[in-house]
Design a protein around this ligand. Structure first.
Ligand code: ADP
Length: 151
């Protein structure tokens, strides 16, 4: 690490990083699937957060690992509980756009103490989910910065 010039170059690269350069594929489920099926989906797709959409494919909720665990330890028939009963729902969902800066998105993750943000496109009648931005994506961005600047 060679001082001021490297520092400036790193700072510039960092502020230029966008959500779209690091986002992952979103995994979405319908509001009416059961908690049991959501747990299966989470394992099958190997993600920590599922996004819930309505019949128009617009974002209505978020399901985290602990949302599902909490329900699993408290109830008997996970096949008969639809996810819309237990999900965190709109309008209380933090999201981002693919053109947002990565620093801004990272700030939302920390402020809200969450693992993932849906990347959305805003339509007049709802939010279309096009991506998923997680703490892992931020960690990858951090590493790419180190690699690109030979740190
Ligand atoms: P976990 O609950 O497994 O620790 P999170 O920290 O991501 O995972 O989730 C904490 C809580 O915040 C959960 O109840 C979850 O539904 C909610 N949550 C997760 N992501 C979001 C988001 N993007 N916007 C609003 N709430 C969220």
């Amino acid at each position: 690490y060679s001082g001021k010039q490297t520092g400036q170059a790193v700072a510039e690269s960092m502020t230029n990083m966008k959500v779209k350069d690091f986002q992952s594929i979103p995994v979405v489920v319908s509001e009416n699937i059961s908690v049991y099926d959501a747990i299966c989906q989470m394992f099958l797709e190997d993600v920590g957060t599922l996004f819930v959409v309505d019949k128009n494919s617009y974002l209505t909720g978020v399901l985290s690992r602990k949302d599902l665990l909490r329900t699993a330890i408290g109830s008997q028939d996970l096949n008969h509980i639809p996810v819309h009963i237990i999900m965190t729902r709109m309008p209380n969902i933090a999201y981002c756009f693919k053109t947002d800066g990565l620093i801004q998105a990272a700030n939302k993750l920390i402020e809200r103490q969450i693992d993932a943000l849906p990347v959305v496109i805003e339509h007049t009648d709802g939010l279309e989910v096009i991506g998923r931005l997680t703490k892992t994506n931020i960690t990858r961005a951090f590493l790419s910065l180190a690699e690109n600047h030979d740190l």
